[in-house]
Design a binder for this molecule. Structure first.
Ligand SMILES: [Zn+2]
Ligand SMILES: [Zn+2]
Length: 273
């Protein structure tokens, strides 16, 4: 089964003791994976982990939005120029925790989307209980973004359809396997296979039967198998299609071999629908 983990936090403290072993287990089973940053230190650590089949993102999570200033954006720009740093994220809005005031979240989100548009980098979006505002802000920038991933999707099928209609990819994490997550499974069924992605968000949200324990990137297999059932396809087909999706939205070949301003293929992938 060909498969990728499109979103994990392997730089997190939870992996301090055995990070290389966890990474080895992941790379033995997965094609490649993406280590996602959520502030400057974790984005820098993610970039340090880049190697063959390991990519990184850099961005400031809405939790930390109040800290974003022009210096932060300059440092992000530098991180995004490092090899293997293929996207800007995770960024977005979180009205559930609201650790930063909403006005700061919106400002930091807009500033980072503008940067992504300028650098022609895809974006990884964190949205919690902020569906309408997240979509409205993204729509303002969607023309300049080469790709957009709604990570750890947590909303309903109607919102998933709106995201697909806007040209985005929708990524599901291990919580889609939980018994009470029928709403999430309904959302997954509403997303065309060609727009689906699968992730762990490790160390969080381990899928069944590891729920409540530390999640590792290879656990993405369990989530993929559950999603394949929902989509009525074999695990092999599910893995092949979602891996191709991930290469497309992250503009992998371009990200690795050419400078960001040449990412025109990625742009087409976003606009062709
Ligand atoms: Zn997130
Ligand atoms: Zn995350």
């Amino acid at each position: 089964m060909v498969l990728v983990d499109t979103h994990c936090h392997l730089q997190a403290n939870q992996f301090q003791e055995d990070r290389e072993e966890v990474l080895a287990r992941a790379l033995a089973r997965l094609d490649w994976l993406v280590v996602v940053g959520d502030d400057l230190p974790t984005s820098s650590l993610a970039a340090d982990l880049v190697r063959d089949r390991v990519y990184a993102t850099a961005g400031i999570h809405p939790y930390h939005a109040s800290n974003v200033d022009s210096e932060t954006l300059d440092e992000l720009r530098a991180l995004l120029a490092r090899p293997g740093v293929i996207a800007l994220g995770e960024i977005g809005l979180d009205y559930f925790h609201e650790y930063s005031p909403r006005v700061d979240q919106a400002r930091a989100f807009e500033q980072q989307l503008a940067l992504a548009g300028e650098l022609r980098k895809p974006v990884v979006i964190h949205n919690r209980d902020a569906d309408a505002d997240t979509l409205a802000i993204l729509r303002n920038h969607s023309e300049r973004l080469p790709g957009c991933i709604m990570h750890c999707f947590g909303a309903d099928a109607a919102f998933a359809e709106q995201c697909v209609d806007t040209g985005f990819y929708v990524s599901f994490a291990g919580n889609v396997t939980f018994p009470k997550a029928e709403k999430l499974r309904e959302a997954a069924r509403a997303v065309p296979l060609e727009r689906l992605l699968v992730e762990t968000d490790a160390p969080y949200l381990a899928p069944l039967p590891h729920r409540g324990k530390r999640c590792e990137p290879w656990h993405v297999e369990l989530t993929a198998r559950a999603l394949a059932v929902e989509k009525g396809v074999s695990p092999d087909e599910f893995g092949a299609v979602t891996t191709a999706n991930a290469r497309r939205v992250y503009a992998l070949e371009l990200a690795v071999e050419t400078p960001p301003q040449a990412s025109l293929l990625g742009l087409q992938a976003c606009c062709e629908q």
